[in-house]
Design a protein around this ligand. Structure first.
Ligand SMILES: Cc1ncc(COP(=O)(O)O)c(C=O)c1O
Length: 412
């Protein structure tokens, strides 16, 4: 297997040519939305010039739209490791999760319990808390604040025979921790509960395999893995068939379309398929003998992961050597298989917003605040003073970019 060809990767992303005050832009804002390869832009342009119409009509552009949509579902099925009929598109993960929590709520009774975690983005918390209106009880799993991992003993405590659903993240969008999702799913199933996994932050960094995880639902957002703004939900076929969506009457009763309320972003779906193709090509370049797109996608992550790990080691060891810096999350290189390359820090004497704007003026794009991981920011006690500065690496970043960030922080 060849290593990641970073020159080829960077050539694919036109936005990497942007300059700020005469210096090349450094995109460390990927956790809030990644850049897109040229083929995604072309696919969306192509949709508008050759296929732009609503679905199921008796004419060319409508038929082409149907094909674009079918291709997008097939592409996401390859990325997730499921059937195309188990792939539901929506505007974003948050909207999909609210729509599924409402549909799941129809099955719940007062006294039923839902388990969420303090590590999660609020999009995998608030939609479940909304079911308290129906008399359900929400229990929170705590974290170990020293390394920002889930408290596994507490996870076992919070899951009870009354639990109907466990909602957990695959990887934290704030501090990068990867959860043991297989164990979470096992614990949920052991009490007859469903497992709803938020893979939004994990998807750009690692392979997804919903059959292996055996999760009931898994959500991700293509705009975080090199596609356009969209959300995608995997739902086990049996659940999509059993649950009842809130929908308009004339819309189809077929799965997965009956969950895709209203007119979708067809141009977005064209872009999503192109983003998956980009990843597949990355995989084929590293492992030319792969026999299927699914195998090519897995090969892509086989090169992305070690490349990102190298960058993360450089970044985190550099950060830890800066005096006055507080680092949140897993820091020991030996444990880096348990994290993605997303680092959260604070620096004495500067608010996270001051740090982000200092770096922004130097063309280095980072995020400050809580990035909607509100419970975590509160649990760590940083919420009242601006949260943390998040440095989110993607496979299109380079060691030189990491060094530029470290040098800028050291100058402070
Ligand atoms: C881990 C995680 N979950 C959920 C979301 C929400 O995703 P969306 O913007 O698609 O609603 C985000 C967005 O930042 C995220 O990082």
């Amino acid at each position: 297997m060849a290593a990641l060809d970073i020159d080829w990767v960077r050539q694919q992303f036109p936005a990497l040519a942007l300059e700020v005050n005469g210096k090349p832009a450094v995109y460390f804002d990927g956790p809030a939305g990644s850049q897109v390869p040229a083929r995604v832009i072309e696919a969306m342009r192509d949709y508008f010039t050759t296929s732009n119409a609503n679905t199921h009509g008796a004419f060319l552009t409508s038929q082409r739209s149907d094909e674009v949509i079918a291709r997008a579902h097939a592409a996401m099925a390859d990325l997730l490791g499921c059937d195309a009929a188990e792939v539901v598109f929506g505007p974003n993960m948050t909207t999909l999760t609210f729509s599924f929590s409402r549909a799941l709520g129809r099955e719940l009774a007062p006294g039923d319990e839902l388990v969420v975690t303090r590590l999660d983005h609020d999009a995998n918390v608030a939609p479940w808390c909304a079911l308290e209106e129906r008399g359900c009880r929400v229990r929170f799993v705590d974290i170990n604040p020293t390394d920002c991992t889930l408290d596994r003993a507490d996870l076992r405590r919070q899951i009870t025979p009354r639990t109907r659903l466990v909602a957990a993240g695959y990887a934290s969008n704030a501090v990068g921790t990867i959860n043991d999702v297989e164990e979470i799913v096992r614990l949920a199933h052991a009490v007859g509960a469903l497992a709803y996994i938020d893979a939004v932050h994990y998807a750009p960094h690692g392979p997804l395999d919903v059959r292996r995880l055996d999760c009931d639902f898994l959500v991700c957002s293509p705009y975080k893995f090199f596609g356009p703004h969209a959300g995608v939900l995997y739902g086990k076929g049996e659940h999509l068939a059993r649950l009842r969506p809130y929908k308009v009457r004339p819309a189809t009763e077929e799965n997965p379309c009956r969950w895709e309320t209203g007119t979708q972003s067809h141009e977005g779906q064209a872009g999503v398929a192109a983003a998956v193709e980009y990843l597949a090509e990355l995989g084929r370049r590293a492992a030319p003998s792969v026999a299927s797109r699914r195998a090519a996608l897995l090969a892509a992550y086989d090169v992305i992961r070690p490349y990102e790990r190298g960058l993360a080691e450089r970044l985190i060891s550099g950060l830890l050597a800066i005096p006055g810096l507080t680092f949140y999350g897993i820091r020991e290189a030996a444990r880096f298989a348990q994290r993605v390359p997303t680092a959260a820090i604070r620096m004495a004497g500067h608010t996270p917003r001051q740090l982000a704007s200092y770096l922004g003026k130097r063309g280095i794009f980072t995020w400050d605040g809580n990035y909607y991981a509100l419970n975590l920011s509160e649990r760590l006690g940083v919420e009242p003073t601006g949260g943390m500065l998040r440095i989110g690496l993607a496979h299109y970043n380079t060691a030189e970019e990491v060094d530029r960030l470290l040098a800028a922080l050291r100058e402070l």
